[in-house]
Design a protein around this ligand. Sequence first.
Ligand SMILES: Nc1ncnc2c1ncn2[C@@H]1O[C@H](COP(=O)(O)OP(=O)(O)OP(=O)(O)O)[C@@H](O)[C@H]1O
Ligand SMILES: [Mg+2]
Length: 251
Amino acid sequence: MLCRRIPWFWRPTLEQNSTILKVENLAVSYGHVKALEGVDLVVKEGEIVVLVGSNGAGKTSIMETILGVNQPDTGKITFRDEDITGIPVDKNVRSGLTLVPEGRGVFATMTVLDNLLLGAHHNLKDSSKKLELAFDAFPVLGERKSQVAGTLSGGERQMLAIARALMSSPKMIMVDEPSIGLAPIIVNDIFDILVNLNKEGYSILLSEQNVYKALKCAHRGYVLETGRVVKEGSSESLLNDPAIREAYLGA
Ligand SMILES: Nc1ncnc2c1ncn2[C@@H]1O[C@H](COP(=O)(O)OP(=O)(O)OP(=O)(O)O)[C@@H](O)[C@H]1O
Ligand SMILES: [Mg+2]
């Protein structure tokens, strides 16, 4: 098993049925390119919510704007009852929000250990304990702690990216297309890791083009087309929706 258990140390407090993240009427543009328009979404404590959409639909833009990488044109983002619209990334990370970026985003020339320490840079106080727990949860990273990240396999790199995000002691994890470019068997491992994290209480906002697998592990989903939410619902209802099946599941 690749992810043995996620330690209590990281476990966020669960407030059942309360909203952890609320996005209202979000619009984002890059110069004159409109990327998002009127996006509303909610993630409740303890949920896995998936953003479904093809290339350019706006999945990364949503996550990066929530984190504070992009400034929205309009809209409001509320995280744990605080208005975080336009708040810089480092402050949001300190408040318990983190992003595992598209393409893994580990520092290829740095060791596994240094990548993990970077994840805890805003609070190095407990870093040795967090490291111990990271290696306990992801033994393969412990075995390879002195290896430069660029020489890890794709799956190991994705695990490192997830472990690094956990080093900031988040309450909610956004994971942008974790399965891209990975062999199907490794994709299953990565989804297992996300489900395990969720069982430990982490709320997760996930984006995926592997729509079937993502909906199978998520509670709810939002379907995006050219920057707008065109459908939302429980994973079950989306999996059974004929239009979704035809567009994303090849059925
Ligand atoms: N830095 C940027 N400059 C200009 N346009 C951008 C920039 N980033 C994204 N866009 C545009 O915004 C739209 C949404 O892109 P985004 O990356 O959010 O989509 P996505 O759903 O994550 O796509 P993918 O599945 O390919 O990752 C696209 O039309 C894209 O071309
Ligand atoms: Mg993207």
